[in-house]
Write a protein that binds this ligand. Structure first.
Ligand code: GDP
Ligand code: MG
Length: 303
């Protein structure tokens, strides 16, 4: 009887809820997510649109479980793939208890940001996060804070540097003000609801963004076909799906130089992430117009 009472009182003020990150491509959503959960959950790249999937990450402790979701950037639906990305943005919105609206201080168009945030017609409390304080002069930060504080859809405004991990404690405090009381939604031992295979394919995709230029990264999907834990290492086989024969040639490179480099660099990242030795095998496959193909999009995980 006593134990039951103790458990109930312990959990009576436990907070649990969903927080969605929004903002223009490059605002720093993935960097913030990584900084908050302390692991490389979302891939970070200086190129736009690297985050195609909705990534959930959990911040757990004795008092709360915050489930963050990273979203693809807010963009015009040009291709089917883009429509799917916008759909995911809306999904994230509908799920969330709180929306974090990221404003990039180094891309300072207050009115454009206001238009974008207002157009979301949020029904949930919103916290505007002015990111990249490390890269701008203080008066600009002050002006942005003042500007957003006056907006009706904004509950709180905060300035941070996701890259330098400054201002994050203050952010958690503000999030907790709006987070409902309740039991955790996910196992508090877990860090994410996504399978390891997903992170492996994202790490390979991140390398593709680093190594290749122009349209190649945007026309590429990565599909992990095999993930086998052996006694001494993990064997991973992944397909790199491109649109065109010419892109396949670029990815493979002269005498296989590029694919070899990609394989080595991706393997090192995956080994760091899994903390295990990895044998990585990559195949390049041509699938014309995969971005517009409903079935293939589904197969590659862009539901
Ligand atoms: P996302 O598209 O919103 O997910 O943005 P990313 O997290 O991928 O970041 C885009 C770029 O902005 C990357 O080059 C980051 O290193 C950079 N960045 C993110 N946060 C900060 C920050 O606080 N300060 C500075 N100077 N750069 C940042
Ligand atoms: Mg991102």
């Amino acid at each position: 009887m006593f134990t039951v009472t103790t458990i109930t009182s312990m959990q009576s003020d436990f907070q649990s809820g969903f927080v969605a990150l929004f903002g223009k491509p490059n605002a720093g959503k993935s960097t913030l997510l990584n900084a908050l959960v302390g692991e490389k959950m979302a891939i970070v790249s200086p190129k736009v649109q690297t985050t195609r999937h909705r990534i959930k990450a959990f911040l757990n402790n004795d008092h709360y479980q915050i489930v963050f979701s990273d979203t693809p950037g807010i963009i015009e639906p040009k291709y089917k793939l883009h429509q799917k990305m916008m759909h995911q943005v809306k999904n994230a919105l509908e799920d969330a208890d709180i929306a974090l609206l990221l404003y990039d201080l180094t891309d300072p168009d207050l009115f454009e940001a206001d238009d974008l945030f207002a157009s979301l017609r949020l029904k949930v409390p919103a916290i505007v996060i002015c990111n990249k304080v490390d890269a701008v002069k203080p008066p600009l930060v002050k002006e942005a804070i003042k500007f957003f504080k006056e907006k009706s859809y904004v509950k709180e405004v905060i300035a941070i540097s996701a890259a330098q991990k400054s201002g994050l404690d203050g952010l958690i405090e503000k999030i907790l003000k709006f987070l409902p009381i309740g039991m955790p939604f996910f196992d508090t031992e877990d860090m994410s609801d996504l399978p390891t295979k997903f992170f492996v394919s994202e790490l390979i995709r991140e390398k593709i963004f680093e190594i290749f230029h122009e349209e190649v990264p945007y026309h590429t999907a990565v599909l992990v076909q095999e993930f086998k834990e052996k006694t001494t290492l993990i064997k991973i086989q992944a397909d790199i799906i491109v649109h065109r024969e010419t892109q396949k040639l670029i990815v493979i490179g002269e005498k296989g130089k590029m694919i070899k480099r990609l394989g080595t660099e991706a393997r090192l990242e995956i080994e760091k992430f899994l903390e295990q030795k990895v044998f990585l095998e990559l195949f390049v496959k041509v699938r014309p117009k995969w971005r517009d193909d409903e079935l293939k999009l589904r197969e590659y995980g862009y539901q």
